[in-house]
Design a binder for this molecule. Sequence first.
Ligand code: ATP
Ligand code: MG
Length: 196
Amino acid sequence: MPQRIGLFGGTFDPPHVGHLVTAVNVRHALRLDLVVLMVANVPWQKVGSRAVTPAEDRLAMVQAAVGDVDGLVAGRTEIDRGGASYTADTLAALAEAYPGADLFTIVGDDAAAGLLSWERYEEVAARSGLVVVDRPGAPVVLPGGFDWIRVEVPRLEVSSTDLRARCADGRPLDYLVTEPVLDVIVERGLYSGVSA
Ligand code: ATP
Ligand code: MG
């Protein structure tokens, strides 16, 4: 039974090396048994601003990304629950599935900056340690009043937004996503414009 579990939630549209390097290094730094890359069903803060790839396709990409890497798994709890995805609910589900485990919520600093906009963020802070990693770019002011756990990971200037833009104008994704992820993208015809 895993005792220390990291919840790394995201839209993962698509998952990239920035996500993977973060997951592996936070796992190592905090001696986590498991990091769950949890695929948001409906990323409610992104809805309306752009078309989000269907959740099952994003899950297939995250499964391909984690492959058989030790201690990383793709999570489908939020997809199975349906509706808008709230981290507070997911932490409650993890606490039930793994009684007594220490839970950690892992976020990049851009996501950390928005913590106060999350549904029931007090519950997130009460149920889990808040772990933040820096992304390239201007430093972010973290919301005060929380015991942020900072973990240094290599800062990779990669984002799903940039990857989608690359697809749109035919630039390569090689080395920015893992090969198995690229295979899923090509097989499923995601981000029309990617060629093998
Ligand atoms: P988008 O550009 O579509 O927002 P993204 O690259 O930010 O995509 P998300 O799925 O939004 O990816 O992010 C999920 C989590 O991963 C967030 O906590 C985010 O801060 C973090 N994250 C994303 N990219 C990186 C990166 N390069 N390094 C560290 N953390 C990252
Ligand atoms: Mg993002």
